[in-house]
Write a protein that binds this ligand. Structure first.
Ligand code: SF4
Ligand code: SF4
Ligand code: FES
Length: 328
């Protein structure tokens, strides 16, 4: 089968280095991965093509790149599944990371963020003679998140990192969750305070791209949401970052409105989150509200009662009671 592989190239050694696309026509077998195809290009057509790879078995995490606009492990992505009807496939370096050459990105910012979440166990118990042991169920819960191979695919496709490089990002925050949820780690308070700040858990927009990109089922967005829940439930103060304060109020208002009305009422959600007298913020939301109204995305100001509302309220009260009980 013939594949037209369009590769985004970049050579810093050129006089005026500018990224450009180069197409290679390659004969591929049906079992070829994108990585096999690129290696064939490098070995048979252009030895200067730069890429990073090692295990070729989805283990080492070094071959993350964008294929047709989405981050994948090139050694896991079968090229035949990514060819268009015209037999084309587009390969680019991973996003949100500086390009060193062709498909190789600089991982220094990635590792700096991983280090920033203090990715090591911080137990306060006296050092045991053998290992620090954790109950089985705790470790089972952590198996998926511990499966992270640090490939950076989630970072590549994170929509917040595209506009704010200060965001800790999905990989680092998933790693943060791994330690907050580990019963041997005794620094949850300090950790949650740290992750509550600017660039932390409240800056994720829940776009879901990282969940889709992750080749190991880590589901970073779900871990970030779990960290938010832990921050609220543990009573960690939101600190002086507005994003965290709004995040806390948004979550509480959401629960309060749905528990009371049986449905979400967006207008009330905005008022309760921002505060009625927070005029600058309320005015800034006006165009969004008008747009939502125009597109019939806003419920009527006086919505009809939800059938079975009393049952919903009883259910909500029971859930709250159970949660409070579980906290003690
Ligand atoms: S869900 Fe959050 S962390 Fe994941 S890609 Fe979207 S903004 Fe980034
Ligand atoms: S969370 Fe998934 S996508 Fe992100 S670095 Fe880890 S393995 Fe890769
Ligand atoms: S080469 Fe190791 S994960 Fe792809």
């Amino acid at each position: 089968m013939q594949a037209k592989v369009s590769v985004r190239r970049f050579n810093p050694d050129e006089e005026q280095p500018k990224p450009y696309d180069q197409q290679f026509d390659v004969e591929v077998e049906s079992h070829f991965t994108v990585l096999d195809t690129l290696i064939k290009v490098r070995e048979e057509i252009d030895g200067s093509l730069a890429m990073r790879c090692s295990c070729r078995a989805s283990i080492c995490g070094s071959c993350a790149m964008r294929v047709n606009g989405h981050a994948v492990l090139a050694c896991k992505a079968r090229v035949s599944e990514h060819l268009s009807d015209d037999g084309e496939v587009r390969v680019e370096p991973a996003g949100n990371q500086p390009v060193i050459k062709d498909l190789v990105v600089d991982l220094e910012p990635f590792w700096n963020k991983i280090r920033a979440v203090e990715p090591y166990l911080q137990p306060s118990m006296p050092e045991p003679e053998g290992e620090y042991l954790a109950p089985n169920d705790v470790m089972l819960h952590l198996v998926d998140v511990m499966g992270c191979i640090m490939c950076g695919a989630c970072v590549s496709d994170c929509t917040v990192l595209e506009v704010d490089p200060n965001f800790l990002g999905p990989a680092a925050l998933a790693k943060a969750y791994r330690f907050v949820a580990d019963t041997r780690d005794e620094e949850d308070g300090k950790r949650l305070g740290l992750y509550n700040g600017y660039g932390g858990i409240w800056d994720c927009t829940r776009c879901g791209e990282c969940v889709q990109a992750c080749p190991k089922g880590v589901a970073p967005m779900d871990r970030i949401m779990a960290l938010r829940e832990k921050a609220i439930e543990s009573g960690t103060p939101p600190g002086d970052y507005d994003g965290a304060a709004y995040g806390y109020r948004h979550a509480e208002a959401f629960e309060e409105i749905v528990s009371h009305n049986g449905r979400l009422e967006e207008t009330m959600l905005v008022v309760k989150t921002l505060g009625l007298f927070n005029l600058p913020k309320m005015l800034a939301m006006l165009p969004v509200g008008l747009n939502a109204m125009l597109h019939r995305k806003m419920p009527p100001p006086i919505a009809p009662k939800v059938p079975g509302i009393n049952q919903i309220r009883r259910l909500a009260a029971r859930i709250k009671m159970n949660k409070e009980g579980a906290a003690y």
